[in-house]
Design a protein around this ligand. Structure first.
Ligand SMILES: [Ca+2]
Ligand SMILES: [Ca+2]
Length: 150
């Protein structure tokens, strides 16, 4: 645990064992006595307000056209025009490559990075962005602009 905290840049030396025990209990959601990476990462992920979660799920539903529960290259046909990308024009990459690269941006966790953006991944990505937005309106505009929805 201390090693893990040090790895992410927290100073374990400034925290007492009792405090650490408290933190650990809070993070160990399933009470397994050990902390898995997911529990640890979730604890570090800033949380979204209900309002912002609603904004995200509304946008997600709009973008997710094919109904398979994830945003993939197939969902991007209408509003993401990859064929004009310089690398595609130059023949160095396919439209599919560009779309997948775009989608990978939203897949913060490399383990689940497969070119399919689930709502969970979507929320995880925007939780970071959300911190820098002081109003829900600005946040909504920012999310919509990314996906070309107005
Ligand atoms: Ca889809
Ligand atoms: Ca994924």
């Amino acid at each position: 645990m201390k090693a893990g905290m040090r790895a992410i840049g927290l100073s374990a030396d400034s925290v007492s064992d009792a405090e650490l025990e408290e933190v650990f209990k809070t993070l160990d959601k399933d009470g397994s006595g050990s902390l898995n990476l997911n529990e640890f990462m979730n604890a570090l992920t800033p949380s979204l307000s209900t309002k912002r979660k609603e904004i995200l799920s509304a946008v997600f539903r709009k973008v997710e056209k094919t109904g398979d529960g994830a945003i993939t290259a197939n969902d991007l046909t209408r509003f993401y025009i990859a064929k004009h990308h310089p690398a595609v024009v130059a023949g160095r990459k396919t439209e599919e490559d560009i779309k997948t690269e775009f989608l990978n941006n939203f897949e913060v966790d490399k383990v689940t990075r497969d070119g399919k953006v689930t709502l969970e991944e979507f929320e995880r990505y925007y939780a970071e962005i959300s911190q820098g937005c002081d109003s829900d309106e600005k946040f909504a505009t920012l999310v919509k602009n990314t996906w070309d929805l107005y």
